[in-house]
Design a protein around this ligand. Structure first.
Ligand code: DOR
Ligand code: ZN
Length: 357
């Protein structure tokens, strides 16, 4: 049974059901081809919209490519599904201001992603010299096109666990001083420094937070041996950072919103001498977030984080439909067969308290 509150607060029964406005995923990797056709239903069954990451091989660097990718996604949706892919361009040293105008005019490209070259999966074509991108970033500021940043420096001299905090000083602060009205989403933040920066900075800045960074610290990578399905980038950090992320996500501050960073990789490429970065969470994303919010005694804040803050930042309407999560134990499958590729979801084999009704 669901208790309806007189206020705008989402309906939380003390017991067993939570109904919220249909959420959106503001950061997801769907890939393309058979993998995309296999994973899409997981995202589309929970979320009304999703920001689709452009780090394909080759990357989605033009509006024409984004339109073609969007068509592929729409063609793969199950009949009757109501899901809108929000497309993103992959910024390179050679992106032009004209491309930003074409993206804006398309009505379907909603952001541009900055991958520092070499920072993560399929980022080789990313930006090696942000200075070269200044005319494009100025055009984005003028046109209100958000820049989504993978916020890690790639300097090999910087400890892997410090790369996000150093990015704030070396890249983000100078960029924001130069272009104070550029809308920026600091993607998948993992540190106290990032949460604090986003909470306190002036101007249009927000951050996405993944379910896995709310639930786990870096110990999870090494519990009883190397556990590659907990390896993602930016990598999990210390417990103090996880606690800061939980505080930010459950604070009610509209600058923080949901972005799963669900990133499917073939099992053989994760369980590998040089395993790929990425956690597959699209399958059970809302149940994972509900768990994290419930542990913080903040289920009443889940709707803001998942369904309201993102659209407000992107200037889009809030979804009109709703979803209901019920407290029903559900065991996460050991693996998913996508075409003939095995993908291991986060927390495979574990039992979750919440299930999508
Ligand atoms: O863990 C990650 N996986 N982080 C990223 O930034 C990229 C993603 C992927 O595409 O696999
Ligand atoms: Zn990502």
């Amino acid at each position: 049974m669901t208790l309806l509150h007189a206020s705008n607060a989402p309906a939380v029964s003390p017991a067993d059901s939570l109904t919220i406005i249909r959420p959106d995923d503001w950061h997801v990797h769907l890939r393309d081809g058979a993998m995309m056709r296999g994973v899409l239903q997981h995202t589309a069954s929970q979320f009304g919209r999703a920001i689709i990451m452009p780090n394909l091989k080759p990357p989605v660097t033009t509006t024409a490519q984004a339109l073609a990718y969007r068509e592929q996604i729409i063609a793969a949706l199950p009949a009757g599904a109501s899901f809108e892919p929000l497309m993103v361009l992959y910024l390179t040293n050679d992106t032009t201001a004209d491309e930003i105008s074409r993206a804006r005019d398309s009505g379907v490209v909603h952001a541009v992603k900055l991958y520092p070259a070499g920072a993560t999966t399929n980022s080789a074509a990313g930006v090696s010299d942000l200075g070269k991108c200044m005319p494009v970033l100025e055009a984005m500021q003028t046109q209100g096109m958000p820049l989504l940043v993978h916020g890690e420096v790639t300097d090999p001299g910087v400890d892997l666990f410090d790369r996000e905090a150093v990015f704030i000083e070396r890249v983000l602060q100078p960029l924001r001083r130069a272009l104070p009205q550029l809308k920026i989403v600091f993607e998948h933040i993992t540190t106290r420094e990032a949460a604090q920066y986003v909470a306190e900075a002036d101007g249009p800045i927000a951050a996405t937070i993944t379910a896995h960074h709310l639930l786990y610290n870096r110990n999870e990578l090494f519990k009883g041996g190397m556990r590659p399905h907990y390896y993602c980038l930016p990598v999990l950090k210390r417990e103090t950072h996880r606690l800061a992320l939980v505080a930010a996500a459950t604070s009610g501050n509209p600058r923080f919103f949901l972005g799963t960073d669900s990133a499917p990789h073939a099992r053989a490429l994760k369980e590998n001498a040089c395993g790929c970065a990425g956690c597959y969470t699209a399958l059970h994303a809302m149940a994972l977030y509900a768990l994290a919010f419930e542990r913080a005694d903040a289920l009443d804040r889940l709707e803001g984080f998942a369904s309201r803050h993102g659209p407000a930042f992107y200037g889009l309407p809030v979804n009109t439909a709703s979803i209901t999560l019920v407290r029903r134990p559900w065991t996460i499958p050991a693996q998913l067969m996508i075409d003939d590729t095995s993908v291991v979801p986060l927390d495979a084999g574990m039992t979750l308290d919440w299930t999508l009704a």
